[in-house]
Ligand binder design. Structure first.
Ligand SMILES: Nc1ncnc2c1ncn2[C@@H]1O[C@H](COP(=O)(O)OP(=O)(O)O)[C@@H](O)[C@H]1O
Ligand SMILES: [Mg+2]
Length: 264
């Protein structure tokens, strides 16, 4: 379980995130959704201890993130930040290999190599593995970063908008892969998703964040509802049933059309 208790980040006198009290159960996929600037990335980076909180406590599987040594935490939780443009003169394979660092300490074993190869193959990066990151498209680079994070093989995986720059095929493949990691490997995945419908389709729970607060937490059936999404996103949202579960339609003209359709 990930537990936040009274967590706050005070960026300035006008911008404060929290206080947030939140319990994310172990296992499955929890999607963080909400408008731009709501505080999703702030919460995720604090959980991943890339940024300290100004108040409150955060525990992951009973480990207080501010008190657990980095080397231990690196085997418990991995995180993909929203912005990852810090290194470019690395090849895809070198980058993905960094995911093994908490285990290899820089001396990659054959077992590590096999895990790296598997991730590279899975994400369709085999032909690109010796290219430098700045020689890739945005979507290819994004896949390389996610491959690195999953190579870390931690029980808790935090991903901030991993579908950025991905086309339909790669978005679906990514979500299916995460679904399998949760179902078959028992990983706990917390993922910031921009597209509410990916959350509706693949997440077990949706946590809606708005104005620095958690405003909703529930199953897709509970959250993907006209009233809730319209309120969270400040734009008219119409939710429809599909054979795969609820879908949100928020492209205004379509939503308006659906509303005006005669019943039956
Ligand atoms: N380093 C920072 N310094 C000051 N304000 C920040 C900083 N990072 C984010 N913010 C502000 O905090 C709020 C939440 O940002 P963020 O967590 O990135 O939102 P989200 O990921 O939901 O779009 C926004 O108003 C943003 O402008
Ligand atoms: Mg963000």
């Amino acid at each position: 379980m990930i537990e936040l208790d009274g967590v706050r980040k005070d960026y300035s006198t006008d911008v404060a995130i929290g206080p947030v009290n939140l319990q994310i159960p172990a296992g499955g996929i929890t999607a963080l959704v909400g408008p731009n600037g709501a505080g999703k990335s702030t919460l995720l980076t604090m959980i991943g201890r890339l940024m300290g909180a100004d108040a409150g406590t955060i525990e992951i599987a009973g480990h207080d993130v501010t008190r657990t040594p980095s080397k231990d935490l690196a085997r418990i939780v991995s995180i993909l930040r929203q912005e990852n443009h810090f290194v470019t003169r690395l090849t895809v394979r070198q980058l993905v290999g960094f995911g093994r660092f908490p285990y290899s300490k820089g001396r990659i074993t054959r077992a590590d190599e096999a895990i790296v190869t598997e991730a590279i193959e899975f994400f369709g990066l085999s032909d690109l593995q010796h290219r430098y990151l700045d020689q890739l498209s945005g979507g290819q680079r994004q896949r390389a970063y996610v491959a690195m994070v999953l190579c870390q093989q931690t029980d808790y995986v935090l991903l901030d908008e991993p579908l950025n720059n991905l086309d339909m095929l790669h978005s679906v493949q990514m979500m299916q892969h995460l679904r399998r990691a949760a179902d078959e490997l028992g990983r706990t995945i917390v993922i910031v998703l921009h597209d509410i419908n990916f959350a509706a389709q693949y997440a077990d729970r949706i946590c809606a964040v708005k104005d620095g607060k958690v405003v909703e937490f529930g199953t897709p059936e509970e959250i993907v509802v006209d009233e809730v999404l319209t309120r969270v996103f400040d734009t008219p949202v119409t939710c429809i049933d599909s054979p795969h579960g609820p879908l949100a339609v928020y492209y205004r003209p379509v939503a308006a059309e659906l509303e005006s359709e005669p019943a039956g």
